[in-house]
Design a protein around this ligand. Structure first.
Ligand code: GLC
Length: 603
């Protein structure tokens, strides 16, 4: 069933008011009958929080014993599924011991019985941002030690994803639903940078709830949601990943809560289509990968990832699959679905074939012929073998491989980017074999990628002249710091989903254990510095929400691995058979002109 506009009557007051696209997205406080008003800094709020933390304490204790978890916590939707062999394994006592889940009760509590998940949950709830009394997201960081909040006092779309997943896993669905619907309203916001507007369908990087004087009435105020599409962000970077994350979270919300009415709403369907149209629109590009500017994702500043960075491609692929699952089938969307399907096939072929490196592929590249002018070229992108960096010849294990960070004409960025590789596993962009090989590499290179704090954002770091040229001498991105090889605890949750999907949760459990020893004591930093991640990042925020949420999600998923399914995409049989068809037809030996998949679609 698709919800119509008339169903707006069932929405809260903010949602109804924000339904009109013109003017400010605002509502008068006085008009509200919201269930819970945070601006009443009153006993009511305290009582509410107290009640919540009591509830959380109870929950935290319950997660100690995996088998005690029942569908009572609101996640019955997934638990109703028949247990798979994997789930049985994960609920097996011996297996739990390997994961370190059964004996964590003691380990996680200090002498006063303090549990770091309790602390995490309290902090996560304190980071909630309210709009007209309704929870709509979480602030990026609540670091009271830092006087200059910059934009860390905003709700970032990408940062909210682990928060949203944590809330879903706890059965706190409202905040996720509100986040989805309010950010949807921001999608159409008219914003410009020096008279130029971003493409329609772009989701903001972040938004802030501002209290402003009410027009024509000095005595009253109103709250407005103020989005930032990158026009105020450092470096003015466009958040290409926001819309992709939004689609991924929307699907997870439906799967976890069982409430499909949100994704079926007409405005939500339109939002999905707008994102897809923006991503699938024709440009000058020859490749199926999404062409983006530097810093368009988690790494939101200059790091040499302009072009076709892996992270965006993996999120794009995942979002296409999620959207396909949710799009209502109707005549008007047939062309869009066809374009989407074609893109899925072309994208997965391209990444699996050209981004993959392992010892075998390195050998091939090492002996590449160059300057091949022909349709049958083996070295299609004219890669000069000298480009293989010396570190990689040492670093590449015999067993294992990974997807490179970026591919451009005559350029392979051989750095290992974690989020892209992990999300390639989660979305099934990588083959089953490649996914295992990526985890093999992570296992083999544990001391480089995990070391004292999981997980390196990329490996290795840029140094010297390369650092100067590529980062523009960015003092925040010095070697082994921040985006340049820093260690980001938030990546734990993605590592966990990837490991659970590949039935190797013990790897994630090991990383969670490493993080668990320091995160709370170090005040939940945003990132860590140095090659082994031993120091808290020099400009790192403390109490960074996605560090907290990432840890909580990893813990919850290890305790209930079946729930991770709401995040991953299974390998699609149609895509596999199309790819094997393409592998034949794209082989250098194929006859030119045989282009079975070439069709034109109006998007
Ligand atoms: C940094 C990160 C970015 C994150 C933001 C807010 O800019 O690079 O990914 O969204 O902080 O935490």
């Amino acid at each position: 069933m698709i919800m119509g506009i008339s169903d707006a009557a069932s929405l809260g007051p903010c949602e109804v008011l924000s339904g009109c696209y013109s003017g400010l997205f605002a509502s008068k406080k006085t008009q509200l009958k919201a269930p819970f008003n945070p601006h009443l800094k009153s006993k009511g709020r305290r009582a509410h929080l107290q009640k919540k933390s009591q509830f959380l304490k109870f929950q935290c204790q319950k997660t100690d014993g995996v088998t005690e978890i029942s569908s009572e916590d609101g996640n019955g939707f997934w638990r109703k599924e028949p247990s798979t062999v994997k789930n049985q394994l994960l609920h097996d006592d011996a297996f739990q011991k390997v994961l370190g889940v059964d004996d964590t009760k003691q380990a996680r509590r200090d002498k006063k019985g303090f549990c770091i998940e309790d602390e995490g949950w309290n902090l996560l709830h304190e980071s909630i941002v309210y709009y007209c009394g309704t929870p709509v997201g979480t602030i990026a960081a609540k670091d009271l030690t830092d006087g200059n909040a910059l934009n860390y006092d905003q709700v970032f779309i990408r940062d909210f994803i682990p928060s949203g997943i944590a809330f879903l896993l706890k059965g706190e669905y409202d905040i996720v639903r509100n986040f989805i619907l309010h950010t949807l309203q921001l999608q159409s916001w008219e914003k410009t940078m020096d008279c130029h507007s971003p493409g329609q369908g772009l989701m903001p990087a972040s938004f802030k709830v501002r209290t402003v004087p009410l027009d024509g009435d000095d005595s009253a105020t109103e709250e407005v949601l103020d989005p930032d599409f990158g026009e105020a962000a450092i470096g003015r970077v466009a958040p290409v990943d926001s819309g992709l994350w939004w689609i991924i979270l929307l699907r997870a919300y439906g799967k976890c809560s069982g409430d499909l009415s949100v994704q079926e709403r007409i405005d939500v369907q339109t939002g999905i289509k707008m994102i897809l149209k923006l991503c699938l629109s024709d440009g000058f590009d020859m490749f199926p990968t999404l062409l983006v500017t530097d810093g368009s994702c988690m790494i939101d500043r200059r790091m040499g990832i302009h072009g076709h960075p892996l992270e965006i491609q993996a999120l794009f692929y995942s979002a296409l699959l999620c959207a396909r699952e949710m799009l209502a089938l109707e005549d008007g969307s047939a062309d869009l679905v066809r374009a989407l399907n074609n893109r899925l096939i072309a994208l997965s072929f391209h990444i699996r074939e050209y981004y993959w490196v392992d010892m075998k592929k390195l050998n091939e590249i090492y002996r590449y012929k160059t300057e091949e002018y022909s349709y049958d070229a083996v070295n299609k992108f004219n890669i000069y073998p000298d480009q293989i960096p010396p570190w990689l010849l040492e670093w590449m294990p015999n067993k294992g491989g990974y997807l490179i960070g970026n591919l451009q004409p005559a350029h392979m960025d051989f750095r290992f980017f974690s989020l892209g590789n992990l999300w390639a596993i989660i979305s099934s962009l990588a083959t089953n074999q490649q996914s295992h090989a990526i985890l093999d590499l992570i296992e083999d290179k544990w001391s480089d990628l995990v070391a004292d704090m999981p997980f390196k954002i990329c490996y290795p770091s840029l140094e010297g002249q390369e650092w100067r040229i590529i980062t523009g001498s960015d003092p925040k991105n010095t070697p082994w710091s921040y985006h340049n090889g820093g260690s980001w605890p938030t990546l734990l949750w993605q590592l966990t989903v990837a490991c659970i999907k590949m039935n190797r949760p013990e790897l994630a459990a090991k990383a969670v254990e490493v993080a668990g020893k320091r995160l709370s004591a170090d005040k939940w930093p945003e990132y860590y510095d140095t090659k082994s991640g031993r120091l808290i990042g020099k400009q790192s925020r403390l109490y960074q929400t996605w560090s907290i949420a990432g840890f909580l999600v990893a813990k919850l998923l290890l305790a209930d691995p079946g729930a991770a399914k709401m995040l991953w995409n299974d390998e699609d049989a149609g895509i596999i058979s199309a790819i094997s068809f393409m592998t034949d037809s794209c082989s250098p030996r194929r006859k030119r002109g045989r282009k079975p998949l070439k069709q034109t679609f109006i998007v």
